[in-house]
Design a protein around this ligand. Structure first.
Ligand code: NIG
Length: 382
């Protein structure tokens, strides 16, 4: 079954050979992109859809969320906007609520948030465990996540839960907990920050994951400078996420590495942090991704469009750079070649904006600009 999408006013395929004079067309064949180019050259297909001069992008690749959770932290957020600083201690509140929830409740909440993201153009989404922090609860979160999302990360090393010591908990994370989740996850992550895990602990967690064939990710340099970036780069992690407080050495290390700097601008905003140095990273040659960090504590939004707007308005990126970071950058952070672009052979994940150009994403922040979404060649209800 092929679909010819015509009347595209602006097309971002992330293909170096992208034609410059529109209108453009894209042909989907089953779940793949089969053709892109000028509309007047387009082959015919089984069905045709005219998008009326709107802009078309690859679907967002949201490479950092924490969506297996229960409970609500609205009160914590209200205290924060009244002046209380964000600390990671609220994680335990979500851990308690998540442990008390049924499997069905967790799965239903996860599906609801993933559908909310998809309606806004997110077609590939990673999510993490990390609100269970027992062997059984982490294994349950990993299993539920694997049934719903594209990519699953084990974040047992999110926080040392109450009632144990960091040393004993790390033994559990790197041993029985890792054994229990390994079949459901592709990635292992660790929160490397003052008050969570130090650089040695983070390196140990990544090494334990690597020994089980898991790729590495690090939460690092979120609330202050620290060893997160250095540990991630040394371990060959796929990404270091947050990357808000960076030294010049951190920027140089990222630029000379295969580790993606995944920036979470909505989280920086919602936790009163300065914007991550997006411009500095891009200028230095680092690969940058933008992700939502959707979670109930530090950043409860699934809006990748907001992240793009903030990366432009506060982070100093151009609109094309920010769009690339939220699509191809996310794919690189997940080490995937099939998403984040619209080159022939890509998964047919398309985002039609209710705007003539992607510039509107930054020019009209907060306005819902998704007109239509295809994921793997199927129309997503919007
Ligand atoms: O990425 N940094 C650690 N974890 C999450 C916050 C989770 C929470 O506050 O519940 C984050 O911001």
């Amino acid at each position: 079954m092929s679909v010819v999408i015509t009347g595209i006013g602006e097309l971002s395929t992330h293909d170096d050979e992208e034609p410059v004079d529109g209108p453009f067309a894209v042909v989907l064949d089953g779940d793949r992109v089969a053709w892109t180019g000028r509309a007047r050259d387009a082959p015919s297909g089984d069905t045709a859809v005219d998008v009326g001069g709107r802009a078309v992008l690859p679907g967002w690749v949201d490479s950092h969320t924490h969506l297996v959770f229960a409970g609500d932290r609205g009160e914590e957020f209200a205290r924060r906007v009244a002046g209380e600083p964000y600390t990671a201690s609220g994680i335990q509140v979500t851990v308690d609520a998540t442990r008390a929830a049924s499997d069905a409740d967790l799965a239903e909440r996860l599906r609801r948030h993933v559908a909310e993201a998809a309606r806004q153009g997110t077609t590939c989404l990673e999510t993490k465990t990390g609100y269970g922090l027992t062997v059984a609860d982490e294994a349950r979160a990993a299993r539920i996540a694997a049934e719903v999302v594209d990519e699953v990360t084990f974040l047992g090393a999110h926080l040392t839960p109450t009632g144990t010591t960091t040393g004993a908990y790390l033994d559990l994370v790197c041993g029985p907990m890792l054994d229990a989740v390994a079949a459901h996850v592709r990635w292992i992550d660790v929160f490397c920050e003052d008050g969570a895990f130090d650089g040695d602990a983070a390196a140990r967690v990544l090494a334990a994951g690597a020994a089980r064939g898991l790729g590495g990710r690090v939460h690092g340099n979120q609330l202050g400078p620290g060893p997160g970036v250095a540990v991630a780069v040394a371990a060959g992690a796929a990404s270091v996420d947050h990357a808000t407080h960076l030294t010049d050495e951190d920027v140089d290390a990222l630029a000379g590495s295969g580790t993606v700097a995944t920036l979470l601008p909505a989280c920086d905003l919602a936790t009163g942090q300065p914007p991550a140095p997006a411009r500095r990273l891009v200028d230095a040659g680092a690969t940058v991704a933008l992700a939502s960090n959707a979670n109930p504590g530090s950043c409860y939004t699934t809006s990748m469009a907001l992240c793009v707007a903030l990366a432009v308005l506060q982070g100093g990126l151009s609109v094309p750079e920010a769009v690339r970071a939220a699509t191809l950058g996310g794919a690189r952070a997940l080490r995937r070649d099939d998403v984040g672009h619209l080159r022939v052979g890509a998964r047919a994940d398309l985002h039609v904006l209710d705007a003539p150009t992607a510039v509107h994403l930054a020019q009209r922040p907060g306005v819902p600009l998704t007109a239509a979404v295809w994921r793997a060649g199927r129309r997503v209800p919007t």
